[in-house]
Design a protein around this ligand. Structure first.
Ligand code: FHN
Length: 414
């Protein structure tokens, strides 16, 4: 017997299939916080941009005023989807409502939303849903189910509201659930509901899960619904495990040091670092959800676009070794200069640090595979690479220089 929220394994596997194949997604943190962009009353507010209301303890009434200045006329859903696709990303998760409580979609449960409270007056989630459908890319919504600094019953705001007077259950039943119904029906199909910061009690988390399941059985629920009830495990922000992890998991990560746009955060990770991080995560069995924080004008910052384009170029040539692969079947020491991903009959060795002596040692291969052929993924016609065994390890003869200093992929075929 399965109860109303548990699925039989086949159902679950069917639902997760696209997600397991996808590996790389775009996270978008976009909301009113893009207007101050990290600066409040002339002061640079430390910390992540979307937390500015909390960090500067901005009263609800003052923060609400930002809506009047939020007019992202440069927003172009098709362009955003194009950027994600060109980067090789297979899904998009965008903030429908972050902790500041501002709704980036049309909702009848509050006027504090982008359609009713801003001069912009458009519904970007609707436009994105259409663009994603046209381009065949999955779309999911981030929804802050626990923290809501605007709603008197949401958690987190103790500078406007008395915490002792909050009725969180009422908030969940009369606000969160109806809004989720709007998202799951008006923007269907919703690939993922990305809850964040665990629901306060297991009972309420179950109620929420049941609600989503009932309305949209194919929607994947993020691990941060809490209490182990998610469809997959969410790692900590920017957290990458040292070793392979069984089961489905995802690392949400920043491209600089903030999620929501901050005008003075230019600490961008290089394309090389992003590619190597993607490879590292995929080799351990995870997905990489990489964030961009668009501006208040509605543009994905130019450095992000440039970095993502380079990542996409690499993925275009090497995607076979990422999409639809499984974690490394061989034990890889964390400090080894390579990572492995696999498909039936193939082991992809991603060489992240090229050997100076012309010999690449791949540890612990022997028990997992009989190798017949070794070749470069992007240059299979160059001819096979010579290899020999030393105990359990495979030694591959490689040329002096890598084909790609960021990651040259060698295919070992059985
Ligand atoms: O508090 C949020 C934060 O603003 C951001 O949305 C990240 C993304 O994973 N999640 C929370 C912290 O874990």
């Amino acid at each position: 017997m399965v109860d109303s929220i548990e699925e039989i394994k086949e159902q679950h596997d069917k639902k997760m299939a696209w997600w397991r194949e996808a590996k790389f997604g775009m996270f978008i943190h976009w909301g009113l916080y893009a207007v101050p962009a990290g600066v409040w009353k002339g002061r640079c507010i430390p910390g992540i941009g979307e937390w500015i209301m909390y960090r500067a303890r901005i009263p609800v009434k003052e923060y609400e005023e930002l809506a009047k200045r939020f007019n992202p006329v440069k927003f172009n859903a098709k362009e955003w989807v194009r950027i994600a696709k060109e980067a090789g990303m297979r899904y998009i998760i965008i903030t429908a409502k972050h902790h500041d409580g501002f709704c980036m979609f049309d909702t009848k449960y509050t006027d504090y939303n982008i359609v009713k409270a801003t001069p912009f007056g458009r519904d970007p989630l609707k436009e994105l849903a259409e663009a994603c459908k046209e381009e065949g890319i999955k779309l999911g919504f981030y929804y802050s189910q626990t923290l809501d600094w605007h709603h008197p019953d949401g958690l987190g705001n103790d500078w406007d509201y008395d915490p002792a007077k909050k009725d969180f259950t009422r908030y969940l039943r009369e606000y969160v659930k109806p809004q989720l119904k709007e998202l799951l029906t008006n923007y269907a199909p919703v690939a993922v509901i990305w809850f964040d910061i665990g629901t306060p009690t297991p009972e309420l988390a179950r109620e929420l899960k049941e609600w989503v399941r009932k309305l949209s059985p194919d929607t994947i629920i993020s691990g941060r619904i809490g209490h182990g009830l998610g469809d997959y495990r969410e790692m900590g922000d920017n957290q990458i495990p040292d070793h392979k992890i069984e089961g489905d998991w995802e690392t949400p990560a920043t491209l600089n040091d903030t999620w929501g746009y901050k005008s003075y955060d230019h600490n961008w990770k290089s394309p090389g670092r992003i590619i190597q991080t993607l490879v590292d995560i995929v080799s351990k069995g995870g997905n990489y959800l990489l964030n961009v924080g668009p501006t208040a004008e509605g543009e994905i910052p130019e450095p992000c676009v440039r970095i993502l384009k380079d990542v996409g170029r690499w993925l275009k040539a090497n995607g076979e070794s990422i999409y639809g692969t499984t974690a490394s079947p061989i034990e890889t020491p964390p400090d080894a200069p390579y990572r492995c991903t696999a498909k039936p009959g193939k082991l992809y060795v991603h060489v992240l640090g090229w050997p100076w002596d012309g010999e690449l040692r791949i540890f612990n291969v022997k028990n997992s595979m009989k190798i017949k052929r070794a070749y470069f993924l992007t240059d299979p016609n160059r001819g096979g690479l010579k290899f020999r065994w030393e105990g359990e390890d495979l030694i591959v003869d490689v040329p002096e220089k890598p084909l790609d200093p960021i990651d040259t992929v060698i295919v070992l075929e059985s």
